[in-house]
Design a protein around this ligand. Sequence first.
Ligand code: NI
Length: 176
Amino acid sequence: MALREIVFLPEPVLRRKAKPVTKFDKELQTLIDDMIETMREAPGVGLAAPQVNISQQLAVIEYDEDEDEEENEDAPPKPKKLYVIINPEIIKTSEEKVMGIEGCLSIPGLQGEVERHESIQVKALNRHGSPVKLKVDGWMARIFQHEIDHLNGVLFTDRATRVWKPREDEDEVPLD
Ligand code: NI
């Protein structure tokens, strides 16, 4: 495995609609493993292939949902959930929308307030090319929507109601 270089705005690949993945070969498996390693190293909670300069419909997501619930501090830690989504499509969205603060590994030094669906259903392929259907909510749903936007050349700053440079003492937001 190897770390990949994360690209930043205004790199054009970030604005392109990524191409569907058609070959589930060894090269793809290496790319997926490299992206997982790169996401963990960043550290980030998600990474889309265009962010490592590859215009393909692929993203990795890893987020510890326990972080949502501070009252569970005494519970034994659950393993983080890791998702690999390929050619994803949002097939259902909740009517309920929620505001949250986002940042992006490809737009360092900016945060923004973004409205997202509270829960979504996604149709995708897993790393072996098998179809999967996923239902996610809360922060996980936010990360999924952020990553799927990346695959369409859309960035959180396009959707944000306001964008700012965080002060040094401001809480850090998870990046993806
Ligand atoms: Ni991002």
